[in-house]
Design a protein around this ligand. Sequence first.
Ligand code: 5GP
Length: 177
Amino acid sequence: PSLEDTLLAAIRTIPDYPKPGILFRDITTLLSNARAFRRAIDELVHPYAGQKVDKIAGIEARGFILGGAVAHQLSAGFVPIRKKGKLPYETVRVAYSLEYGLDEMEMHRDGVSPGEKVILVDDLIATGGTAAAAVQLLRQIGADILAACFVIDLPDLGGRDKLEALGVPVRTLIGFE
Ligand code: 5GP
């Protein structure tokens, strides 16, 4: 089957989660499907195979699962980007706006060294607000961001354009309107 058919069959859609009117794209069914999980990771990494990639930065929480697999495949290190208050060592922090109000995310200040080549990973890009904040965080500590990779794009919400305007190439595997 094609990549698109494989992903379409493996991603579950939950109506009205977490709120009425939202169609939530659930990737736990993709993760639990061995062939689909492997296929998604292989497709995410293939443009970067053979390139020097120092670190994968994964966004809490689904970006940890995908990012860990991507890091292994590219022989790169993994760095978690977390909601505030979860990391034990000294952090750098960035505030970003959610639908209602502000939140903050952080990473360890020694997670990436200046000049290191980093790929950002999360499961899905919608408005791009989360990923743009992660880009800001990584650049605060001098990372050279090669790309941002997501399994799912919601193109109507403009996230790709937002990241590309920041100079970050975006790779996604499937789009849902
Ligand atoms: P954004 O900041 O681009 O608007 O939202 C993307 C963030 O929200 C990502 O961290 C992503 O995991 C989460 N997210 C938003 N909608 C969905 C969805 O339908 N499915 C999944 N799996 N995550 C979502």
